[in-house]
Ligand binder design. Structure first.
Ligand code: ATP
Length: 239
């Protein structure tokens, strides 16, 4: 399969701190890939480097073969990359419908945006029931679903999701992943997702990267890593 995203040996610094020390990864069209790693491993920085929020000082980032290194975030969004940042960031005082409209406003084709909204709401009936209420009244899991739905409204080719499980109950986490996988099928999405824990991810992802200390420590197919031992060793740095 051709790589939709190809991150090639990128290095990122914040002042004196080196956050990424030569990170390479790739995501094929239609794949669900997860980066797992402890706090501070560099996962958010890796997603930010793809979305244009930080610019690596070495290496390259390619989307469908073309370098997007140094492009502005708005331009990268228009090329089909959408980021759901950690902490959800829905607009709490706006309604659910208004939050979705913000995702759709980048789109020229209003009829297609409306059709997408209907499809997303049919997958997420709880958002449909609360469409005209303030987003800030939704539960944590519902806000996460809204943040994902808003990003999907931009019709991305590649959806980057930073720690969707953070602070949510296991049952809700499974629901979020079911929705992400439904969206992959329905909206032809490719997904790159950050998580701190591998517990539930191995069931949902096609491939896993384990990151620690600004480096990729392990890469493999989720099916081959199910027993968790190799992941534990890479994650904690022993073995
Ligand atoms: P978390 O799970 O906490 O989000 P992470 O794996 O996503 O962790 P990053 O947030 O990418 O890790 O952070 C990597 C390193 O870069 C950490 O040491 C962090 O403190 C540092 N860092 C991240 N953002 C900045 C910033 N804007 N300025 C300075 N240092 C930063």
């Amino acid at each position: 399969m051709a790589a939709l995203l190809s991150v090639e040996d990128i290095q990122v610094r914040y002042g004196d701190l080196v956050a990424l020390r030569g990170v390479s990864l790739s995501v094929a069209e239609g794949e669900v890939v997860c980066i797992i790693g402890p706090n501070g491993a560099g996962k958010s920085t890796a997603l930010a480097a793809v979305a244009g929020g930080v610019v690596p000082h070495a290496g390259d980032v390619r989307l469908a073969g073309r370098s997007i290194l140094g492009e502005r975030p708005e331009r990268i969004a228009r090329l089909g990359v959408s980021l759901v940042p950690e902490g959800r960031h829905v607009f709490g005082t706006l309604t659910v419908a208004e939050n979705l409209a913000i995702g759709g406003h980048l789109r020229g084709d209003r009829a297609a945006a409306r059709a997408d909204r209907e499809r997303i709401l049919s997958l997420l009936p709880r958002l449909g029931e609360r469409l005209h209420g303030p987003a800030g009244r939704l539960s944590g899991g519902e806000q996460q679903m809204l943040a994902v739905a808003r990003a999907v409204m931009t019709r991305p080719r590649l959806l980057l999701v930073d720690e969707p499980s953070l602070g949510l109950a296991p049952k809700i986490i499974d629901q979020i992943y079911e929705i992400l996988l439904d969206l992959r099928r329905e909206a032809a999405l490719t997904l790159l997702i950050n998580e701190q824990s591998s517990n539930r991810i191995l069931r949902h992802a096609d491939r896993i990267y384990v990151m620690r200390g600004g480096r990729i420590q392990l890469e493999g197919r989720a099916a081959d890593l199910r027993d968790g031992e190799a992941i534990r060793q890479a994650y904690f740095g022993f073995g």
